[in-house]
Design a protein around this ligand. Structure first.
Ligand code: SAH
Ligand code: SF4
Length: 359
């Protein structure tokens, strides 16, 4: 017997291949994409522009199914954290972060993570599995269609559990559905892939999809970065910077990247390191996002104090870098069930608000 296919994670071109395989016209792919991702319909029998024989045929060879929301935790400020249960039994988390003009969803790409950054609660859990494309886009689907009282998602950040560039194909496939005008219609600026610096995949990314890129740097020198982000031993800072510059060159100066830097007390927050960071990034078209370390059980690190944070920020700003500081939100839900927290990035000028979430 044929194994049934879950069509939730199929981009337009994958759906076109699917319909070609079953000798149906190409335009069915467009119709189906809209039914699933614009109307939120999962049952073929409700797809009224499909004739009955087609609906029955689809039912016998395919299905459309998102993962399950196991728990919902709401913080008083409006951040909502969802615990999502996958088919395998693994749990991942996604966070909805409302802002004035945006509704950002922070999604997971892997259950756990193999990279073991020393400041990260997901890293401490170890790696469980790569999410499939349907499990990734399923998070966006659930956030848009599961709770009709909530506003639709306007921005998606791959800043939940896992390293997105180590789950490349499913991440790209799901991001294509997010961008597609017949899917969620999000522009490239509204989708951010955050990476710890997997250089071969950064190099490949522009050939696959045009989205925003964030690099989790956290240290300007190898000795320190090797300790905080162990994957640095494989892809050291000079390799990472080369990939960033090549990436920017491919877009001929029309893009920038975000550099993320978690500030840990006494570890990577000295004025000297701020100056070294500025030197490393000189000439790289980027903005810097400082993230005060978010403590979690079992970690000995502490969040940098406010004086060190503002000194660090001021040094970067004096050197001409656009530097934002992420402000913690959603502590109430964090305390309730784990390590994920809603974050709000407030620009130093207090004008621009960028939403993020960290672990
Ligand atoms: N694996 C990817 C994406 C997920 S982590 C990456 O590393 O970029 C998303 C962001 O949260 C990263 O910038 C990461 O450095 C940050 N982060 C992880 N643990 C954190 C903590 N305890 N406090 C603050 N930020 C953290
Ligand atoms: Fe993995 Fe990112 Fe956490 Fe590092 S910071 S362990 S890459 S999820």
């Amino acid at each position: 017997m044929e194994i049934k296919e879950n069509l939730l994670g199929y981009s337009l071109s994958s759906l076109e291949d699917f319909f070609k395989k079953i000798n149906e016209p190409k335009f069915r792919a467009k119709q189906l994409l809209q039914w699933i991702h614009q109307k939120g319909v999962l049952d073929f029998n409700e797809m009224t522009d499909f004739n009955k024989p087609l609906r029955e045929r689809l039912d016998s060879i395919a299905y459309i199914l998102p993962p399950i929301i196991e728990e919902i935790h709401k913080s008083p400020e409006g951040t909502i954290k969802y615990l999502i249960k996958l088919d395998s039994g693994s749990m991942v988390e996604m966070v909805r972060i409302p802002e004035k003009k945006r509704m950002t969803l922070c999604i997971s790409s892997q259950a756990g993570c193999a990279l073991q950054c020393t400041f990260c609660a997901t890293g401490a859990q170890g790696f469980e599995k790569n999410l499939t494309a349907d499990e990734i886009i399923g998070q966006v689907w659930l956030a848009n269609f599961n709770d009709k009282n909530e506003l639709p998602i306007t921005n998606v950040v791959f800043m939940g559990m896992g390293e997105p560039l180590l789950n490349f194909r499913p991440v790209i496939e799901s991001a294509k559905i997010m961008k597609d005008q017949l899917g969620y219609g999000l522009s490239r600026k509204r989708i951010t892939i955050s990476t710890s610096g997997i250089t071969p995949q950064i190099d490949k990314l522009p050939d696959e999809i045009d989205v925003s890129l964030a690099i989790s740097l956290h240290a300007p020198i190898n000795e320190l970065r090797d300790e905080l982000v162990p994957i640095n031993k494989k892809y050291p800072i000079n390799m990472l910077m080369k990939s960033c510059n090549d990436y920017l060159d491919k877009y001929e100066g029309k893009r920038n990247i975000t550099i993320e830097y978690v500030l840990i007390d006494g570890v990577n927050d000295s004025p000297e390191l701020a100056r070294q960071l500025a030197k490393l990034l000189s000439g790289v078209y980027c903005k810097i996002n400082l993230i005060p370390f978010n403590p979690f059980d079992g970690s000995n690190y502490k969040r940098s104090n406010n004086t060190n944070i503002s000194n660090f920020k001021n040094i970067l700003m004096d050197k001409g870098f656009i530097t934002t500081l992420r402000i913690t939100r959603g502590d109430a839900i964090d305390g309730a069930c784990g390590q994920l927290v809603g974050k709000l990035t407030k620009s130093v000028k207090g004008k621009k608000l960028i939403s993020h979430r960290s672990i």
